[in-house]
Design a binder for this molecule. Structure first.
Ligand code: BEZ
Length: 236
């Protein structure tokens, strides 16, 4: 492990959950893109350490693999690294040539590190010149809803990324929470009562819920068309 760095060389901010995602306008492999271009759809903004590296190549193949599933859920993908747009173009062409897989999403060429700094993607304890494996899940209102930060050595799990999208969309639609290891089709958690009267009512009425006790009740909700375990993407 590298030495622990106490202070980042450059000031960075870390996005926070349920706050507006940091704004950007960036050069990408699909031309100039702004955060505002994604208003109205979900966005997964993710960073990778560098082009033409082995783990990143497996991740790009995997992100391309889940792209159709993301599209069904109204989610766009946007990659980022501190490489030039020419490097990105050469790498995605190489991925296609060697693997027969087209990379369908744009990649930010963040040579100035401006976007990386705004999203706290650089972990100086790991590398000062590469972004860590960060994932920001941003909703149609440009609000940060979930974040994952993985180290350079750890390739991301696509099933978990899809699971997060499904859980957030289910939670928003039905005003419920999702229990540990939830996958689409499994029961969801209904909000706990917050008065003694409501707790008594919960236990006497039940509303068809499956209750362990007044504060832990679950119910079944419908699985969205095209979403869920049946496609084999989720592993529970
Ligand atoms: C990789 O993608 O293989 C990689 C990149 C940076 C550090 C370690 C691994």
């Amino acid at each position: 492990m590298s030495d622990i760095v106490e202070t980042p060389a450059q000031p960075q901010s870390l996005p926070r959950l349920n706050e507006r995602a940091p704004d950007f306008e960036a050069v990408t492999t699909h031309g100039v893109i702004r955060l505002a271009d994604y208003r109205g759809s979900w966005l997964i903004l993710f960073s990778h350490p560098a082009d033409f590296t082995p783990v990143c190549t497996t991740e790009f193949l995997a992100f391309a693999g889940i792209y159709p599933e993301l599209q069904k859920r109204g989610v766009e993908l946007l990659g980022l690294s501190i490489d030039s747009v020419y490097s990105h173009i050469a790498w995605v062409r190489n991925i296609e040539e060697k693997n027969g897989v087209k990379i369908p999403f744009p990649i930010i060429a963040d040579l100035t590190m401006e976007v990386a700094r705004r999203y706290g993607m650089i972990m100086p304890g790991e590398s000062k010149t590469e972004t860590s494996r960060c994932v920001f899940i941003i909703d149609p209102e440009s609000v940060v809803r979930a974040m994952i930060y993985y180290p350079l050595t750890l390739g991301r799990n696509m099933s978990e990324i899809l699971r997060i999208i499904d859980a957030l969309q289910t939670s928003d639609k039905y005003h419920v929470a999702t229990p540990a290891n939830w996958t689409p089709g499994a029961k969801v958690v209904v909000p706990a009562p917050n008065t003694t009267e409501m707790a008594e009512q919960r236990m006497s009425e039940r509303n068809g819920y499956e209750c362990v006790d007044w504060y832990l009740c679950k119910k079944q909700v419908a699985v969205e068309a095209g979403v869920g375990g049946a496609d084999g993407v989720h592993q529970s």
